[in-house]
Design a protein around this ligand. Structure first.
Ligand code: HEM
Length: 318
């Protein structure tokens, strides 16, 4: 009898240990017990913001990418600069990021419903997924349970890819984060949404004193389009493809027509290492969607912190 009681106690302890371990691990249903409405609340905030301004879908997807590539997916991108330190968001590479107010809105609602539970890093990941779905892209599930980081430094953003990188440089940078060449081409398909500003591609055009020629990988007609856009100044916006608010494979069609906006887009078609993958996605949207969602799930797990704080306000440390 005493032996049975001891056995039961032991199995209870083991179960408790497994449960405690599980509490920290990422999972699809991480908030099921302590904030079951979490995904619903984020979806509502994103959908109402995107109904008012569909262009914000691009901002939210890009925000998740820029968050995960620097210090892992830990919402370091959301922290504001302080008197002693300039944050990632104030780096030139991040100045055109958009959608912070959508994250703030979701966070405020979540704090009312279940204070101190849902991390800002998870909100960014969920918001990005909702933005893909809203724009007509693949529907996929993501794990939750990321904790928020405490470091956000402008100098760390040098690890973001440059729009002037060639394929080999892109493969190297993405490879260092564990991405395959196919992941790189699929993730670049994020440029099916949104715009680039003239300052990100004007080096591909003939400059005013004609010291360099037009990028030979640019289509002649499209060169005229880009030149016309840039006539309105450095901040003038050029959509990446013909359907800037729709998540589809027309970005790859643009690359096939030598009409990629950034040098780092067109290089994927110019280089034999990636050309076949571009052609495959241009032909087969279902294949693009499948690879994109897999690569996004992988990106969403980059250097995730399973212990640490859940910020009360995504812009400030607790
Ligand atoms: C492959 C390397 C990449 C480079 C060099 C790159 C670079 C850029 C640049 C320069 C812009 C325009 C910024 C501006 O002019 O204001 C941009 C916009 C954008 N990027 Fe990327 N990017 C890359 C990968 C990605 C990935 C992996 C995603 C997401 C999965 C992504 C999503 C976006 C989106 C959605 C926009 C449009 C943002 C808007 O309209 O507000 N990019 N990117």
């Amino acid at each position: 009898m005493r032996f049975d009681a001891m056995k039961m106690m032991m199995s209870l302890v083991v179960m408790l240990m497994i449960m405690l371990r599980h509490c920290n691990a990422l999972s699809m249903h991480y908030y099921i017990m302590n904030c079951p409405m979490a995904e619903f609340i984020v979806r509502n905030s994103v959908n109402s913001a995107l109904r008012a301004d569909p262009t914000l879908a691009a901002g939210l997807i890009r925000m998740h990418f820029h968050d995960c590539f620097i210090q892992g997916c830990d919402a370091s991108i959301l922290l504001d600069s302080t008197d002693d330190s300039t944050a990632e968001k104030d780096s030139p590479a991040n100045l055109s990021l958009r959608g912070y107010e959508v994250i703030d809105d979701a966070k405020e609602k979540l704090e009312n419903q279940c204070p101190g539970v849902v991390s800002c890093a998870d909100i960014v990941a969920m918001a990005s997924r909702e933005a893909v779905i809203f724009a007509g892209g693949p529907v996929y599930d993501i794990q939750k349970g990321r904790k928020d980081g405490t470091r956000s430094k402008i100098e760390d953003t040098r690890n973001l890819p440059s729009p002037f990188f060639n394929t080999s440089e892109l493969i190297k940078m993405f490879g260092q984060k564990g991405f395959t060449v196919q992941d790189l081409v699929a993730l670049s398909g994020g440029h099916t949404l949104g715009v680039a500003r003239c300052s990100s591609f004007k080096n591909r055009l003939k400059n005013f004193d004609s010291t360099h020629d037009v990028d030979p990988s640019l289509d002649t007609q499209f060169t005229k389009t880009l030149t016309k856009t840039c006539a309105s100044g450095d901040n003038a916006e050029q959509p990446f493809d013909a359907t800037r608010n729709t998540f589809d494979n027309s970005y790859y069609w643009a690359l096939q027509r030598q009409s990629g906006v950034l040098f780092s887009d067109q290089t994927l078609m110019s280089d034999p290492k990636t050309r076949n993958i571009v052609n495959m996605y241009a032909m087969n949207q279902a294949m693009f969607f499948l690879d994109f969602q897999r690569a996004m799930v992988k990106m969403g797990l980059l250097d995730v912190k399973e212990t640490g704080q859940v910020r009360q306000n995504c812009r400030k440390l607790n």
